[in-house]
Design a protein around this ligand. Sequence first.
Ligand SMILES: C[S@@+](CC[C@H](N)C(=O)[O-])C[C@H]1O[C@@H](n2cnc3c(N)ncnc32)[C@H](O)[C@@H]1O
Length: 285
Amino acid sequence: MMQPIFPNSPKKFISPLLKWVGGKRALAPILCNLMPPLDQINNYVEPFVGAGGMLLSIQPKKAVINDLNAELINVYKVVRNNPKELLLELDKHINSVEHFYKIRDIDRSPSFAKLSVIERAARIIYLNKTCFNGLYRVNSQGFFNVPYGYYKSPNYREYSKVCAISEYLNQSDVTILNGNYCDTLPYIRKGTLVYLDPPYAPVSQTSNFTGYNPGGFSYEEQTKLKKFCDTIAEQEAFFMLSNSDCSLIRELYHEYKIHKVRAPRAIAASPNSRGTMTELVVTNF
Ligand SMILES: C[S@@+](CC[C@H](N)C(=O)[O-])C[C@H]1O[C@@H](n2cnc3c(N)ncnc32)[C@H](O)[C@@H]1O
């Protein structure tokens, strides 16, 4: 007998705590319409969880989430385990240019290693809300390098959101991993829904294969990821993959169903280039 992992009653909506490139909060309703029948899903796996736009929209009772970004995953763990201490730590921050650069540049000094997990989580949330455009970007040495955003009243003390996410993570069976997406394979079996939202392939010759982490997500990684999706399908699990609408992705996944969706672009280099763009959702069902 399969245990359903989605509650019958409508869920209270939770939006992500962090602004994240490629965040799926706005696209989640469209993605939900593409999901397989809910009573056939017994586990949910998200190998590239980012800020959790999809996870927090559907709030499965059983899930495995993963991301390569250690600072991001630390935020999930601290929100789950120490929400009160995290909120007290966030209260210590102030919105000023001097304080921003002092906190941002801690990662260049030996004192970074001495920060507690709570201080590290508060630092990332504070920087995410006060830096330019809410970007997460590190240089080749792994140092956070986004400049101050000069926002009048950035909201980095989001008490109700921290409490809501913490409550969800504590009341559900959510395994939190920090590694490569392949590390989620042991959790994928018949009836698992795997939603993959990797760094996207470039849409044109002029855009690059850039990454969120030093090293980036290369052409070879996109082809390895396709093989990973084949393995998911062989396990009789369901996969849904988001990626850009480009010939590489259409060719790689030609044997699967390819859906074209319109996605809002929340983070762009300039406000003028915001708007919507088409992207692809590939499914094996
Ligand atoms: C498009 S974002 C995901 C956005 C997410 N869906 C959201 O709603 O915020 C891609 C994520 O993949 C992560 N990532 C990049 N390479 C990875 C890898 N090899 N394994 C696991 N995660 C990776 C990045 O750190 C980033 O958070």
